[in-house]
Design a protein around this ligand. Structure first.
Ligand code: ARG
Length: 586
């Protein structure tokens, strides 16, 4: 299905051609002066030079052709040569009726295989505010890519192979030196029970991490232990498995609370079987060489604006690095899925890492030519002081705490002006709180830092998640009342109108297909946020200017109901793409 803009542009292209001008001039855009008109075409301005004519003459020619076209309610050439137009409401109504009945609003199915690598939590470290963005943005990108007809695989790519594991093991050794894992002469089976609980583990890691910053010998021992895990030294591998089995369920619970779900819960360690193959390819293609004991691949290219250091694929102590596991994972993903596109959602400070990894992948032909490797770097979540968000006493803000705080803020707002059962309000505040959190994040362009402002995010007014939900709930309630009077909301058609507020709503609804397609193309959930904010605003001004339930003309009322129902469905589709839901009431 075509967009409204495409349909009108075609009319213009024909008109330009009919008058002897090239059809490329016929491009129509949304008006930048909505007070004057809905859409405009500036092709006459562009054509003036080529045809040695005053632009207004070209514009007049084109308007002459389109004057009686019933898609336009108004069309005029204005000095110095713009063409302004308003669409006829019956044309827009017909378009909407077709759009509402077409599957997924007629978005073009892309049919690609896409891997979205997001989340990326490091196992055994508690989830904190820094894990919010990779989870929330990645989940939304995954859903958007899926909606436009791709086969999408979301992979958590957990950090399960790094120094934190060695740190935990060394700290454990200091605390419980008598454990069999530390007895080199021990040859029996290792216990099935982990030697720590989740709570203990959550405390062991930060202690060890702090110690490693002061105690160089301790850090070195932890590094050595990490290498030993990677080399599958049996007692440490057994401990590593315990760390995994204790942390993973908790990690899954945390992501579940965010309504974030992965198809694959793989981690860096899963790249291990592919690393020998990787090293082999790099060597055979003559890409890797020794440098100060380490193995590196040069990735600098002519025309680089910044100097790109070589990518280290093996440290001098034999340890695999971050880049090694990402490259090994590419080999694994090629074997398992042969994706057309890879999208990595990670902190924007990792740009160098991904540039290096992508270059090595291309140079070594780990992926065929034409495979898209994309890095979606996101900015930092800051507090009101403009510095990375912290707890009041300056500590790391745990994700769970953050969620509780925002749910609480929403709960307070709900109780302020409503009488609602406490338990019900608590329950609803979880749904609304999640929307507040996710919308607060996603409404910012991913690359930008933003200020985490609980009060603002939880507000029921302004550009916020709760405001969008409130709008949806408002429509639900109208539809419910309408049905309670014995009417059906199904199979109704949107009608033409001479009311501005209704026309504005119709035009806004009509944009849904291009907004979603564009968000998928540009990996831009924030564009969906901007759209549903506009849509909610035009809906609310329609609502305030129109008596829907009190309308006495039953036919007219059916037209209203059809339009607001479609508005609700578009809003619900969009929030689902952002990763949250609306409650029944709030
Ligand atoms: N675990 C990493 C970190 O905490 C993020 C992982 C991003 N994804 C990737 N394939 N490297 O920084």
């Amino acid at each position: 299905m075509k967009t409204l803009l495409e349909i009108i542009t075609e009319e213009f292209e024909k008109a330009f051609e009919e008058k002897g001008y090239e059809k490329q001039l016929g491009r129509v855009v949304v008006s930048n002066r909505p007070d004057l008109c809905q859409y405009q075409c500036n092709g006459a301005m562009a054509g003036a030079k080529k045809y040695h004519k005053a632009p207004i003459m070209i514009a007049n020619d084109v308007v002459e052709v389109l004057q009686n076209n019933d898609k336009f309610e108004m069309i005029e050439a204005v000095m110095p040569g713009f063409i302004n137009m308003n669409l006829s409401s019956s044309f827009v109504a017909d378009y909407l009726n077709e759009l509402k009945d077409s599957e997924k609003y007629g978005v073009e199915a892309q049919d690609k295989t896409v891997v979205v690598d997001y989340g990326g939590a490091n196992v055994a470290k508690p989830l904190h505010v820094g894990h919010l963005r990779p989870a929330v943005i990645g989940e939304s990108v995954k859903r958007i890519k899926e909606y436009v007809g791709n086969n999408v695989i979301g992979d958590a790519h957990l950090g399960d192979w790094g120094l934190q594991m060695g740190l935990i093991i060394m700290e454990l050794k200091e605390r419980q030196p008598d454990l069999v894992y530390f007895d080199e002469s021990y040859t029996g089976e290792y216990p099935e029970e982990p030697p720590f609980t989740l709570d203990e583990l959550s405390e062991i890691y930060p202690t060890a991490s702090a110690k490693s910053k002061e105690d160089a010998a301790f850090k070195e021992a932890a590094q050595l232990a990490t290498v030993k895990i990677q080399q599958e030294y049996p007692p440490y591998l057994a401990l590593w498995k315990h760390i995994m089995s204790v942390s993973l369920p908790d990690l899954k619970k945390n992501y579940n609370n965010l309504d974030v779900d992965f198809d694959l819960w793989k981690g860096e360690s899963d790249a291990k079987p592919y690393i020998p193959e990787l090293m082999d390819i790099l060597e055979k293609k003559g890409l890797s060489h020794e440098s100060q004991g380490a193995l590196v691949v040069d990735v600098a290219e002519e025309g680089d604006k910044k100097e790109l250091p070589p990518c280290i694929v093996r440290k001098s102590d034999g340890a695999a690095l971050y880049a090694t596991s990402d490259l090994g994972t590419i080999i694994q993903r090629q074997k398992d899925f042969t994706p057309n596109e890879y999208i990595y959602v990670a902190d924007k400070r990792q740009e160098l890492h991904f540039t290096q990894v992508f270059r090595v992948a291309k140079k070594a032909e780990l992926v065929p030519e034409g495979t898209k490797l994309e890095y979606m770097g996101f900015g930092t979540v800051n507090g009101s002081d403009g510095k990375p968000f912290k707890t009041r006493d300056g500590g790391v803000m745990r994700l769970e705490m953050l969620i509780d705080q925002i749910n609480d803020a929403v709960y307070q707002k709900m109780m302020e002006n409503r009488s609602m059962d406490e338990a019900e309000a608590r329950d609803i505040s979880k749904t609304v709180g999640l929307a507040a959190l996710k919308y607060g994040d996603l409404s910012n362009q991913a690359t930008k830092d933003y200020i985490f402002d609980i009060e603002r995010f939880a507000s029921f007014e302004g550009n916020t998640g709760p405001y969008i939900l409130y709008t949806i709930v408002r429509i639900k309630s109208i539809l419910e009342k309408y049905q309670a009077e014995g009417n059906s909301v199904d199979g109704l058609e949107i009608l033409d109108t001479d009311k501005n507020e209704q026309m504005n709503l119709m035009l806004e609804v009509s944009k849904v297909k291009e907004v979603i397609e564009n968000a998928a193309e540009e990996l831009a959930p924030h564009k969906i946020c901007a759209y549903i904010y506009d849509l909610s605003n035009v809906f609310n001004s329609f609502y305030h200017s129109t008596k829907i339930l009190a309308e006495t003309d039953a036919e007219k009322q059916k037209g209203y109901v059809a339009l607001i129902k479609m508005t609700k469905e578009v809003l619900e589709t969009c929030i689902d793409l952002l990763g949250f839901k609306a409650p029944e009431r709030m």
